[in-house]
Design a protein around this ligand. Sequence first.
Ligand SMILES: NC(=O)c1ccc[n+]([C@@H]2O[C@H](COP(=O)([O-])OP(=O)(O)OC[C@H]3O[C@@H](n4cnc5c(N)ncnc54)[C@H](O)[C@@H]3O)[C@@H](O)[C@H]2O)c1
Length: 397
Amino acid sequence: MVIKPKIRGFICTNAHPTGCAEHVQEQINYVKAQGPLANAPKNVLVIGASTGYGLASRITAAFGGGAKTLGIFFEKEGTDRKTGSAGWYNTAAFQDAADKAGLWSKNINGDAFSNEIKQKAIDTIKADLGKIDLIIYSLASPRRTDPNTGEVYSSTLKPIGNTVTTKNLNTSKREIDEVTVEAASQDDIDNTIKVMGGEDWEMWISALKEADVLADNFKTTAYTYIGKELTWPIYGHATIGKAKEDLDRATVAIKESTKALNGEAYVSSLNAVVTQASSAIPIMPLYISALFKVMKADGSYEGTIEQIHALFAENLYGESPRFDNEGHLFQNYKELEDDVQARVQKIWDTVETNSIDELTDYIGYHSEFLRLFGFGIDAIDYEQEVNPVATINNLID
Ligand SMILES: NC(=O)c1ccc[n+]([C@@H]2O[C@H](COP(=O)([O-])OP(=O)(O)OC[C@H]3O[C@@H](n4cnc5c(N)ncnc54)[C@H](O)[C@@H]3O)[C@@H](O)[C@H]2O)c1
């Protein structure tokens, strides 16, 4: 099959297997080039391991720290007629690279919110790893089925209080327009907390603790985005922001419940980067395109893998971790500098459709977006036939 990108709105509905493999290899190369991580964890569970920040975490733990990694994700396999999802191909490539490097690695594809997948993970840890010393919680999902009641909850990206109308970069039309997002109801807020808040993270840690597979001094982190004024209406002061606040509550609860193990739980605040999850958030394409312009000009730009490698090296396993005022591990401090934010704001205020490429780095944004699905990568000849069926080795049934 010859595979070219099929873009619908803010998503790409197909993916390129060898392009995804190359994208994974580039991230592995970056991590290896940084040299070995000091004080690295040995056995790592990554929940949401196939794309974005979770994949970068898995690559950093494995290829930076030599860790054994168990990855959990929810992805689609390809068939002769339809491509698989990018996360499927990413994982197939990650596993191949781990096998070649002699690194233990196994994979579980299924709903991480379910009891069944938690049990599968525990069985695998017991059989092969003994105990886990780092748990990365990096799920981004539009919905969650409560494993105990069967009720399905959907998350929303809505402002709280008032309806918001804001400038927007319409990626389908490549023009600057406005989006209006209706204010959230209390149900919207509660449901978003149920999906993207800390409850499931706590359930994972509690299940791992009950099964006695948490190592003494284990660490766990979930990821958040804490931005400034520009992103508050749709993120910080919105439904997703409330869900992220719930992670803070979960951090306290996890630390309390694992006191005897001396467990450490953190929420890590990361840069706005291009991922499948962020491209679905109104305003993010414009915000990130403006941010890339400013940070690339300053030489301070960091993508997904750079952020996560630095999070491990400087914060999670660093000598003197950096915290923000609310006690989150603070990895996006360069993005939040006042001067950077002021320049992003100026671009935001002045950009029009005809100055998108001059004032913002939308070209860079779009290229990153395509790369998420294995497209636009120099080493790949997109005219060549490629097999859409890829095997993930060590995939647990
Ligand atoms: N992208 C950003 O700009 C940004 C910034 C800061 C923090 N974050 C946070 O980082 C975390 C990861 O987001 P991302 O942007 O890397 O997203 P992503 O869409 O790239 O990755 C989501 C991962 O979750 C997995 N997943 C989703 N639903 C699942 C389910 N039911 N069961 C098992 N796996 C499931 C997917 O397979 C994938 O591995 C989120 O908490 C997000 O809020 C993202």
